[in-house]
Design a protein around this ligand. Structure first.
Ligand code: DNO
Length: 346
């Protein structure tokens, strides 16, 4: 596996040299951030970003994300233009040596939590989700942690309305249309697409979801069988749904060579949802050891990153994306991979 670390480029208060000092991290996962969704990323900007990262001794082989324009998810006629732009982005990223693109197909919100700073008994804080709190919200007057800056109330109401009558099946068809259009470009330029599962993996505010379960993934892969149509195996997102059997999913999709990228993090269930914990198995409800063991057993050779960390040791960074706890997560995961790999060779 190739251990990476998410870095929000110039907007990130964490530096490349700090990331380089985390043992065994070989690359960053990043994006060109200030281009409106659906537009083309200028090749020179991509190359400048890559140069800066390479000069710090790190690689830039994974992009998270190239966002998909809502018109594609909605299946509007303007999707024809946006998909051409998406293909151009794949081509430009390939020219800069990018090998894998993480993206999602969630309408409107690409993750949802009800609290970005749930305080634990040890004083650390992390993101959490409580379904009762979601149900209490007025859908026409939403204010959600982490999203208030992204949409005005007017835009949000418009988008929610656009999706009002869309079924899960229709959203899936729109995803398949998108994949059928872009995968030939991915094959030509050797760039693997890694779809991020729904987070959380159930419908919220009546918005359809189509990447929540093993059944969903099977449909997506059988509709577009190319190996370039793959998965970001996000344990926290899939694992939030207790119906998802993570070890058997890891087994199935690693065996099919579909897992191009793994987001490895742990969560703990509550009566009404979940909260994010430190990475080790004993800190949450996901068996990180069994998941990693299954990946190794299937000769998984993709990219990995520690996912959301807590804010610890007085750090007060972007929720989920501080330095300290993600660095601890990377070290823990490195240890798991090394231990399992070496014991399997014996
Ligand atoms: C949240 C992330 C997501 C992810 C996108 C991928 O922390 O896991 O925002 O980057 O869903 O497109």
């Amino acid at each position: 596996m190739k251990m990476t670390f998410r870095w929000y480029a110039d907007k990130d208060s964490i530096t490349l040299s700090q990331i380089k000092q985390i043992p065994n991290v070989s690359g960053v996962v990043t994006a060109v951030y200030d281009v409106p969704v659906g537009e083309i990323w200028d090749l020179n900007r991509i190359l400048t970003l890559k140069k800066k990262i390479n000069e710090s001794g790190l690689s830039m082989e994974v992009i998270e994300s190239v966002p998909v324009h809502e018109d594609i998810k909605l299946g509007l006629p303007s999707r024809e233009l946006y998909v051409q732009n998406y293909k151009k982005n794949i081509e430009n990223l390939a020219k800069a040596g990018v090998k894998c693109i993480c993206y999602n197909f969630m309408p409107v919100f690409d993750w949802l939590r009800t609290d970005l700073k749930r305080v634990a008994v040890d004083g650390s804080n992390s993101l959490s989700y409580n379904h009762d709190e979601i149900l209490k919200l007025d859908v026409h007057n939403l204010s959600l942690p982490g999203w208030d800056e992204s949409y005005s109330k007017f835009e949000l109401n418009g988008l929610l309305n656009d999706y009002k009558n869309m079924s899960k099946q229709q959203l899936l068809e729109n995803l398949i249309w998108f994949l059928k259009n872009i995968i030939p470009t991915c094959e030509e330029y050797d760039v693997k697409m890694a779809i991020h599962p729904d987070d959380p993996p159930w419908n919220v505010f009546g918005l359809p979801r189509t990447v929540s379960s093993s059944k969903d993934l099977d449909e997506i892969f059988s509709a577009v069988p190319s190996i370039y149509n793959g998965l970001t195996f996000c344990t926290g997102s899939l694992g939030a749904g207790k119906f998802n059997e993570l070890v058997s999913m890891a087994n199935k999709y690693a065996n099919q060579n579909r897992i191009h990228f793994a987001h490895l993090r742990n969560i703990a269930y509550t009566d009404k949802g979940f909260y994010e914990t430190a990475h080790p198995t004993e800190c949450g409800d996901l068996d990180m050891f069994a998941i990693v063991k299954t990946l190794v057993k299937n000769k998984f050779n993709g990219y990995v990153r520690p996912d959301h960390g807590r804010n610890i040791w007085g750090e007060n960074k972007k929720p989920g994306y501080g330095l300290y706890d993600r660095a601890l997560g990377a070290c823990y995961l490195n240890g798991l991979f090394e231990g399992i790999e070496k014991s399997m060779v014996k």
